[in-house]
Design a protein around this ligand. Structure first.
Ligand code: F6R
Length: 602
């Protein structure tokens, strides 16, 4: 899949275009190019190496434009070469394209385009030729777009730069495109990572939306010529992630950011109208995958554990989960029909990176789920799935973890499916996750009271079953890491095999107990703990509350969940308990002792 960016503003925005391209580089980097309009002339630059090289060419040729479109290419039709590099410029228009036009030969004939005009091997150049031909017939650009795209078979996101109108037009079907809005510019990009940091609002465009932008205005219409109303979402510039704002700590800010990061990650891969999932393209043939090795460290490892449960519930793939520092010493690895999936916030964790190199050496295809999309792990993997959590500053991972879960969920829902659409049940479950998180954040003071109660406890336990077991581990890790208190996470059914010996009067046990298939079993475990004097703190939902309240010292009622949303939603109170307890204990919440944000040692 390729990356598209276009900006029209009242300032020279070439730097923003370059930064945008760098952010989109994970979508493909076989070649890249830009075209801008300067004094009514197209000025272009292209490179068949990385964006850094294009940047050098731009600087050398002093290219500065207020309106331009650019592209980073993942080659499908035609090898990486300058002649196959987008944008394609034909007299009065320039075009960049993401997707595949299956019937480009038919379009060539239909619009009577002479073969000698076609210089590249791509399926995209023909669109520029047709567009130019119709412009010469004085047809309005929007009408031209409608005329062309109605005939296209395949998926596409296009951006067109038209000399005469000095506007950028864009249209999409099956490939992602967002619109960035600011007072002094409008921009389109393949995802929000590509938008300038000064963007105020963002619109996730839907299939068959046609957009027209100049620096003051934008217009979205559909194929029937009706104006399309789309929700605007607040855009968070990167620099805003680096200040605490109204929050006391970065960790607190990052916990409260989760309704946004979850939504951003969801909509980065999901087309609202068709409910189809679109992951970046790669040459991995998912239909042939029989085994997955998930590899990560710490919190990211817990995300992998949840992914294992999901894959085992909903697919026929054989899944193994490995702690990176252990996997590195493995002698025998499964090589056939296998992929390695690496999950990492920083994308720099040394153990995870070394495992990636090890699999690559063994010719195993690799996917990385990373929050830093130009990190070492991202750059080395065959497919990058960014989590759109924004920079995470607090050492304890919070929003990156839940975004990892959302991204892994999208990967699973798309896995081995020929038709990449998700059913309405899963769609609404995931769509509502952001709102459910907001509801929990409103219960912050209730959660703070739970934390207060833990201040003088010498030891704390988390228990969970199924999808809640990794969350129990995560809750315990978070708590240890920032409060320095002893805390253990256990699979609830495992207590009786040893750790139950540690339960005595008033030892707090936090039970993660949504009313799911495991509920009655964890209820029995809770009674076993209660019988030994343990103090039960329950995180459950309304139905669970009715059955569990009589055994609980205190209960937090959470929104109802389903299999995909449950681990994301139960992560939030677990993070907040650790956070408030750390604040009560006066530890350094954002930079706990002995730890670092990116662990680049083995
Ligand atoms: C815990 C935490 C760590 C990281 C681990 C891996 O809150 O943040 O356990 O999850 O060090 O780091 P990444 O995800 O950067 O590979």
């Amino acid at each position: 899949m390729c990356g598209i960016i276009g900006i029209v503003g009242d300032y020279n925005n070439t730097n923003d275009i370059i930064n945008g391209l760098k952010s989109l580089e994970y979508r493909g980097y076989d070649s890249c190019g830009i075209v801008g309009l300067v004094q009514n002339k197209f000025i272009e630059a292209k490179s068949i190496s990385k964006i850094n090289n294009l940047e050098k060419i731009i600087k050398k040729n002093k290219i500065n434009t207020k309106i331009s479109i650019a592209h980073t290419r993942w080659a499908t039709h035609g090898k990486p070469s300058l002649v196959n590099t987008h944008p394609f410029i034909k007299n009065n228009c320039a075009v960049v394209h993401n997707g595949i036009i299956e019937n480009f030969e038919y379009l060539t004939k239909k619009f009577n385009i002479r073969k000698n005009l076609i210089k590249s091997d791509t399926d995209s150049e023909i669109i520029a030729l047709i567009f130019d031909k119709l412009l010469k017939q004085n047809i309005d650009p929007i009408k031209i777009i409608k005329q062309i795209v109605k005939l296209i078979k395949g998926t596409y996101a296009f951006a067109f730069l038209v000399k005469e109108t000095k506007k950028i037009y864009a249209v999409k079907k099956g490939s992602p495109l967002v619109l960035g809005i600011s007072d002094n510019f409008k921009a389109i990009s393949s995802d929000i990572l590509g938008l300038p940091d000064t963007t105020n609002e963002v619109i996730f465009l839907e299939d068959e939306d046609i957009v027209e932008i100049n620096h003051t205005n934008f217009k979205i219409i559909n194929f029937k010529n009706n104006t399309s109303k789309r929700n605007k979402h607040i855009f968070t510039p990167k620099k805003n992630f680096l200040i605490k704002g109204k929050f006391k700590h970065f960790m607190q800010k990052e916990i409260f950011y989760q309704p946004t990061s979850i939504k951003d990650t969801f909509f980065n891969y999901l087309e609202k109208k068709t409910k189809k999932i679109f992951l970046p393209k790669s040459d991995i043939n998912f239909t042939q995958i029989k085994n997955i090795d998930f590899i990560a460290c710490g919190t990211a490892f817990h995300a992998c554990m949840i992914a294992k449960y999901w894959f085992e519930m909903f697919s026929n793939v054989n899944v193994n989960v490995h702690i990176a520092s252990e996997f590195r010493h493995k002698k025998n690895i499964n090589k056939s029909e296998t992929i390695g999936i690496f999950v990492s916030q920083s994308g720099e964790t040394m153990d995870t990176l070394q495992c990636l190199k090890f699999l690559k050496k063994n010719n195993i295809k690799t996917i990385s789920v990373v929050n830093v999309f130009n990190s070492s792990i991202a750059r080395l993997s065959d497919l990058i799935i960014p989590t759109l959590a924004g920079p995470e500053i607090g050492v304890a991972s919070t929003k990156a973890f839940t975004s990892q879960l959302m991204a892994l969920c999208m990967l699973l829902l798309n896995f081995q499916k020929l038709d990449n659409s998700i059913n309405s049940k899963n769609y609404s479950d995931l769509l509502n996750t952001g709102n459910s998180i907001k509801k929990i954040l409103h219960k912050d003071s209730e959660i703070k009271n739970i934390a207060k109660h833990l201040v003088n406890k010498k030891s704390i336990f988390y228990i969970g079953r199924g999808l809640m077991y990794p969350i129990a581990l995560e809750g315990a890790l978070k708590l240890k890491e920032i409060t320095y208190k002893h805390c253990e996470g256990y699979a609830a059914g495992e207590l009786k095999h040893g750790p139950l010996a540690l339960i005595e009067d008033n030892i707090p046990v936090i039970a993660l107990a949504p009313y799911d298939n495991n509920f009655l079993k964890i209820l029995s475990n809770i009674q076993e703990i209660k019988a030994r004097g343990g103090e039960i703190i329950t995180l459950t939902d309304k139905l669970g509350y009715k059955k569990i309240k009589k055994f609980s010292h205190s209960t937090l009622i959470l929104p109802d969940t389903k299999s995909y949303s449950a681990p994301i939603i139960y992560s939030i109170p677990v993070q907040l308990i650790a956070y408030h307890l750390a604040v009560f204990l006066g530890t350094d919440v954002d930079q706990p002792r002995n730890l670092a944000k990116a662990v680049t040692v083995e």
